[in-house]
Ligand binder design. Structure first.
Ligand code: HEC
Ligand code: HEC
Ligand code: HEC
Ligand code: HEC
Ligand code: HEC
Ligand code: HEC
Ligand code: HEC
Ligand code: HEC
Length: 428
C-alpha cells in the first residue's frame, strides 16, 4: 500500500506541477542514459514517453542518486490500473491472474530450489503472473527476491510496453511451449500458423485470414483468458457414457480431488475451485465453448467448426480410457503393498500432481520413495495425454498421433510390463 501511495503522490504532482516532475524526469533520464541506456531507449520509443508517463510516474521520485536505488518503487499492477483500469479488470478475471497462486498450491513447488520458484527461472518464470497479496509479497521479499512484482510486462515487455508486440504470437511462446503445453509448437506448424507466417512474409495478401493465439484466446482486446476444458482436461458433470464416467473418476482420484477409498471430494477439490482450475458445471463449460465457436465462425462454417471441436472432446474420452487403465494398474500395486506410499502423497494411491520425474537423482529425500512406475504415470498424463487432446484443438496432426496418442499407448505398455516384473520380484 505504501508503494501505491507514492505513485498517487507522484502522478498528482504530474498534474499539479509539471515543472517539478519534468525536472525529476530529466534527472532520471540523464543519469539512466549513462547507467542503462537500453532501458531509456525503450522508454523513449514507447507511447508512454509521448504521453508524459515518465520514470517517476511508475517508480516514484524517492531515489535520486546512484547509491539509493533501493528507494525506487517497483510498480505493481495497481499502478498500471490507475490509467488502464479496463485491462486491469479483465486481467484480474482471467486465468493468468492465478499463475502465482496455483504454482504455490502444488506440493512439488516446495520441494524445488527457490531459484526455480521465487527467483523466476523454472516454474516461477512462467507462473509469475498474478496480482500478489500482501502476504505473497512479504514472503517473496523475506526469501530475498525483490523483483517480479508486475504481471503486465509479460506480453508487452518493459519499457516499450507495446501493443503491437503483445499481438505477436511470439509474445506467448516463452511460456506456452514445451513439455506439457506445446501450444506454440502445435500452432506454429499448423495450417493456422503457417498462414500467419506466409502472410508476414508477403506470400499471402495482407487481408488473408490467419488466426493467432490472440485471435482465439484474447479476442477484442480482452485480457480475460479461459478455456472450456482447461489444462487438466477434466470437468463436471461426469459424461453420460458409463465407462467414460468411470475413467474420469479414476483420474480425479489420481489428481487427489476425490478420495480413492470413498469417492468423496477432498480438500484438494476446494483448492482446485479456488484457483478456477476446472469448469465444474455444464453452464460454465458451455459459455467458454460458445465463445470459442463464435471465433471459429469468423472464418469457418459453424457445423465445420463444431465437428472439429467435438472431435477434441471425443479424443479426451478415449485418451482417458488409456490413462485410467494405467492408473488402475499402478493403484493395484499400492493396494498389494508392492509400492509404499511416498511421503507427501495424499492417499495410498497414485498421485499425478507431483509434476516431476526424479529418475533416482533426488534433491529432496521426500521424493526418494517415488517409484519409477509412478514417474511413467506422471509423464503419461502431463506430457502425452496433454498432447493427444491439445493437438486436436490446435489442429496439429503430428502432435495428435505420434507425440500424443501413440506415446500414451507406449506408456501403458511400459506400465503393464513393469507391474508384472514388480509383482514377480516383490519380496513378501
Ligand atoms: C545519479 C544517477 C541516477 C539518477 C539521478 C537516477 N538513477 Fe535510478 N539508478 C541509478 C543506479 C546506479 C541504479 C542501480 C543500478 C544497478 O543496480 O546496477 C539505479 C536503479 C534504478 C531502478 C532499479 C531499482 C532496483 O531495485 O533495481 C529504478 C526503478 C530506477 N533507478 C529509477 C529511477 C528513477 C525513477 C529516477 C528519477 C526519479 C532515477 N532512477 C534517477 C542511477 C540513477
Ligand atoms: C509504465 C510504467 C513504467 C515506466 C514509465 C518506467 N518503468 Fe521501469 N519498470 C516498470 C516495471 C513494471 C518494472 C518491473 C518491475 C518488476 O516486476 O520487478 C520496471 C523495472 C525497472 C528497473 C529494474 C529492472 C531491470 O530490468 O533492470 C529499472 C532499472 C527501471 N525500471 C528503470 C526505469 C527508468 C530509468 C525509467 C524511465 C526511463 C522507467 N523505468 C520507466 C515500469 C515502468
Ligand atoms: C499515468 C498514466 C499511465 C500509467 C501509470 C501507465 N500507463 Fe500505459 N499508457 C498511458 C497512456 C497515456 C498511453 C497512450 C494512450 C493509450 O494507449 O491509452 C499508454 C499506453 C499503454 C500501452 C499501449 C501502447 C501501444 O503500443 O499502443 C500499453 C501496453 C501500456 N500503456 C501498458 C502499461 C503498463 C503495463 C503499465 C504499468 C506498468 C502502464 N501502462 C502504466 C498511461 C499510463
Ligand atoms: C515454460 C513455462 C512453464 C513452466 C517452466 C512451468 N509452467 Fe506450469 N503452466 C504453464 C502454462 C503455460 C500453463 C497453462 C497450460 C495450459 O493450460 O495448457 C501451466 C499450467 C500449470 C498448472 C495448472 C493450472 C490450471 O489452473 O489449470 C499448474 C498447477 C502448474 N502449471 C504448475 C507448475 C509447476 C509446479 C511447475 C514447475 C515444476 C510449472 N508449472 C512449470 C507454464 C509453465
Ligand atoms: C497474456 C498477455 C498479456 C498480458 C499479461 C497483459 N496484456 Fe495488455 N495487451 C495484450 C494484447 C494481446 C494487447 C493488444 C490488444 C488489442 O489489439 O486490442 C494488449 C493491449 C494492452 C493495452 C493497449 C490497449 C489499447 O487498445 O490501446 C494496454 C493499455 C494494456 N494491454 C495494459 C495491460 C495491463 C495493465 C496489464 C496487466 C494488468 C496487461 N496489459 C497484461 C496482452 C497482454
Ligand atoms: C509469462 C508466461 C506466460 C505468457 C507470456 C503467456 N501465458 Fe498464458 N498462461 C501462463 C500460465 C502459467 C497459465 C496457467 C495459469 C493458471 O491457470 O493458473 C496460462 C494460462 C493460459 C490460458 C488458460 C488455459 C486454461 O486453463 O483455460 C490461455 C488461454 C493462455 N494462457 C493464453 C495465452 C496467450 C494467448 C498468451 C500470449 C498473448 C499467453 N497466454 C502468454 C503463462 C503465460
Ligand atoms: C484457431 C483458434 C486457436 C488458436 C489460433 C490457438 N488456440 Fe489455443 N485453444 C483453442 C481451442 C479451441 C482450445 C480448446 C478450448 C476448449 O477447451 O474447448 C484451446 C486451448 C488452449 C489452451 C488450454 C489447453 C489446451 O491446449 O487445450 C491454451 C493454454 C491455449 N489454447 C493457448 C494457445 C496459444 C499460446 C496459442 C498460440 C501459440 C493458441 N492457443 C492458438 C483454439 C486456438
Ligand atoms: C481468422 C480465420 C480463422 C479462424 C478464426 C479459424 N480458422 Fe481454422 N483455418 C483458417 C484457414 C484459412 C485455414 C486453412 C484452410 C485450408 O487448409 O485450406 C484453416 C484451417 C483449419 C483446419 C484444418 C483444415 C485442413 O484441411 O487441414 C481446421 C481443422 C480448422 N481450421 C479448425 C478451426 C477451428 C476449430 C477454429 C476455432 C477454434 C478455427 N479453425 C478458427 C482460418 C481460420
Amino acid at each position: 500500500m505504501i508503494q501505491f501511495k507514492t505513485v498517487i503522490v507522484a502522478s498528482g504532482l504530474l498534474l499539479l506541477s509539471t515543472a517539478g516532475i519534468a525536472g525529476a524526469t530529466d534527472a532520471c533520464v540523464d543519469c539512466h542514459t549513462k547507467v542503462s541506456p537500453g532501458m531509456v531507449m525503450d522508454w523513449k520509443a514507447s507511447e508512454h514517453s509521448k504521453n508524459d508517463v515518465t520514470c517517476s510516474t511508475c517508480h516514484g521520485d524517492a531515489h535520486t542518486t546512484a547509491e539509493d536505488s533501493k528507494n525506487a518503487t517497483l510498480p505493481d499492477e495497481a499502478v498500471c490500473a490507475e490509467c488502464h483500469q479496463e485491462q486491469f479488470d479483465s486481467f484480474a478475471m482471467g486465468k493468468h491472474n492465478f499463475g502465482w497462486t496455483v504454482l504455490n498450491a502444488i506440493p512439488a513447488t516446495h520441494m524445488a530450489p527457490d531459484e526455480l520458484i521465487e527467483g523466476g527461472r523454472g516454474c516461477g518464470g512462467c507462473h509469475n503472473m498474478g496480482i500478489k497479496t500482501e502476504e505473497q509479497k512479504k514472503d517473496q521479499l523475506e526469501k530475498g527476491y525483490r523483483y517480479q512484482v508486475n504481471s503486465c510486462d509479460e506480453c508487452h515487455t518493459r519499457h516499450a510496453f507495446s501493443k503491437k508486440e503483445a499481438n505477436n504470437p511470439r509474445a506467448c511462446q516463452q511460456c506456452h511451449m514445451g513439455y506439457d503445453h506445446p501450444q506454440w509448437e502445435m500452432w506454429s506448424s499448423s495450417k493456422h500458423g503457417m498462414r500467419y507466417f506466409a502472410k508476414k512474409a508477403g506470400d499471402l495478401p495482407e487481408g488473408a485470414a490467419a488466426p493467432t493465439c490472440q485471435t482465439c484466446h484474447l479476442p477484442d482486446g480482452t485480457h480475460e483468458n479461459h478455456t472450456a476444458w482447461g489444462f487438466l482436461g477434466v470437468r463436471l458433470p461426469l459424461p453420460e457414457d458409463k465407462q467414460e464416467a468411470a475413467d474420469r473418476v479414476t483420474i480425479l482420484k489420481a489428481l487427489g480431488v476425490l478420495n480413492p477409498e470413498t469417492g468423496e471430494p477432498t480438500a484438494i477439490l476446494d483448492a482446485v475451485k479456488a484457483v478456477d482450475m476446472a469448469r465444474l458445471d455444464q453452464a460454465s463449460w458451455e459459455k467458454e465453448r460458445n465463445k470459442m465457436l463464435n471465433t471459429c465462425t469468423q472464418c469457418h462454417s459453424k457445423s465445420y467448426a463444431q465437428e472439429q471441436l467435438e472431435m477434441g472432446d471425443a479424443i479426451l474420452g478415449k485418451a482417458d480410457r488409456l490413462m485410467a487403465e494405467a492408473i488402475e494398474t499402478v493403484a493395484a500395486l499400492y493396494k498389494e503393498g508392492i509400492i509404499e506410499k511416498p511421503a507427501g502423497y495424499p492417499h495410498n494411491y497414485p498421485f499425478l500432481l507431483t509434476f516431476m520425474h526424479t529418475n533416482g537423482a533426488n534433491w529432496d529425500e521426500d521424493l526418494d520413495k517415488l517409484s519409477y512406475i509412478d514417474q511413467i504415470l506422471v509423464r503419461m498424463y502431463m506430457k502425452h495425454r496433454m498432447r493427444a487432446y491439445q493437438a486436436f484443438f490446435h489442429v496439429n496432426p503430428d502432435y495428435a498421433y505420434w507425440y500424443g496418442w501413440n506415446m500414451m499407448t507406449e506408456d501403458l505398455g511400459e506400465v503393464k510390463e513393469l507391474a508384472r516384473t514388480m509383482r514377480a520380484t516383490h519380496k513378501k
